[in-house]
Write a protein that binds this ligand. Structure first.
Ligand code: SF4
Ligand SMILES: [Zn+2]
Length: 136
């Protein structure tokens, strides 16, 4: 375990069902293995420390990019983090902000969203011109 992990009440992991299972990789199923994920989710459903586990996952920085946490996918964990209104860094400028809603959770302001879209468009244009140039 690293040193930058969130502080949570000690000991909850001792009761974690996933710590008692022979194959912890069940919680990190390969892409598309929904059957494996379903096994992990079922075990989470009967786990006594599910709330502690979810608090832990939501407090991780960066937020989880894979795995099953408290029976949720990493995407669902990110959703819960957004719903709980925890500050997060804006994708464009890095300023910490609390998302106003679940749909808009990447940028701190309309200006930053537009800047990101402008940049994406410019990058697309660059690639398009390179493709055209490569053909001529
Ligand atoms: S809820 Fe969390 S601690 Fe419990 S089994 Fe699932 S992943 Fe492990
Ligand atoms: Zn910003």
């Amino acid at each position: 375990m690293g040193e930058n992990l969130p502080a949570t009440p000690r000991g909850w992991r001792d009761s974690a069902r996933c710590a008692q299972v022979a194959d912890p990789e069940l919680w990190f199923p390969p892409r598309g293995r929904h059957d494996v994920a379903a096994v992990a989710r079922r075990i989470c459903a009967g786990c006594p420390v599910r709330p502690e586990c979810l608090d832990y996952a939501v407090a991780l920085r960066p937020l989880p990019l894979d795995g099953i946490w408290a029976g949720l996918s990493h995407k669902q964990v990110r959703m819960v983090a957004a719903q709980r209104g925890r500050p997060r860094p804006c994708y464009t400028c890095g300023t910490e902000f609390v998302p106003a809603n679940v749909q808009n959770r990447a940028y701190c302001s309309g200006g930053c969203r537009e800047a990101a879209h402008r940049e994406q468009k410019a990058a697309y244009e660059r690639r398009r011109r390179e493709r055209v140039r490569a053909r001529t």
